[in-house]
Ligand binder design. Structure first.
Ligand code: COA
Length: 187
């Protein structure tokens, strides 16, 4: 049984485990091996502990976790738009699901949590940036009817990368598209 909830400070090690494992696997061949190899679960846990330390439910900025039993198997970060020129009001910063848990609807329910939270906070459009070469991630956003809206070059781990923007001009569309119930056993 998967449960989606707002992350607590105690989730930091679990989020760090998913963060390190998914980056090393999903970004192999896209980001530098040396950078991916240097990602340490322990250091990420310290960073996540600091990020989560001051969270309250009524903030625009939020982290959601997908939990199976006691284990974090996926997470998503949401906040207000980080760039003045971006057309959207809320922005999804990260969404990652452990490889062994993919394809069962967890990503979809995390996106639903983000869409619902955006609406509750009065942010009625939502967007994100994805690595241009991350075909799987882009297919996921396209399955949820995200529209492309821009491109940019940025630096990740000291490496210049190409990013593509997807957005939902009416976040209610994302809430509807991602409303399908979690389907255990599909993965
Ligand atoms: C992208 C990711 C979060 C999706 O999570 P998930 O739990 O596997 O996704 P879901 O099972 O909820 O899938 C939702 C829909 O997206 C589609 N989809 C998901 N991943 C896909 C992929 N790699 N290729 C094609 N379609 C995909 C599914 O087919 C599904 O559509 P359907 O219900 O119409 O069949 C997950 O695959 C992941 O962590 N990938 C690696 C990291 C990554 O790319 N993150 C995004 C960074 S910006």
């Amino acid at each position: 049984m998967i449960h989606i909830r707002i992350a607590e400070c105690a989730d930091a090690p679990g989020i760090a485990r998913v963060h390190a494992a998914t980056w090393k696997e999903a970004y192999k061949g896209i980001l530098d091996d040396a950078y991916l190899g240097s990602l340490s679960q322990k250091r990420l846990a310290t960073r996540w502990r600091a990020t989560l330390g001051h969270r309250k439910e009524d903030l625009d900025e939020q982290v959601f976790v997908a939990v199976q039993g006691k284990d974090v198997v996926g997470f998503l970060t949401l906040g207000a738009s980080r760039e003045a020129f971006a057309p959207w009001e809320s922005e999804i910063g990260m969404i990652y699901v452990l490889k062994e848990n993919r394809g069962a609807g967890i990503g979809r329910v995390l996106m639903k949590a983000a869409a619902d939270h955006s609406i509750r906070r009065g942010m009625f459009s939502c967007g994100l940036w994805v690595l241009r070469d991350n075909g799987g991630g882009r297919d996921f956003y396209e399955a949820l009817k995200g529209e492309t809206t821009g491109r940019k070059t940025d630096s990740v781990g000291g490496q210049l990368v190409q990013l593509v923007a997807y957005w939902w001009r009416d976040v209610a569309t994302l809430a509807d598209r991602s409303a399908t119930a979690f389907q255990p056993g599909r993965n």
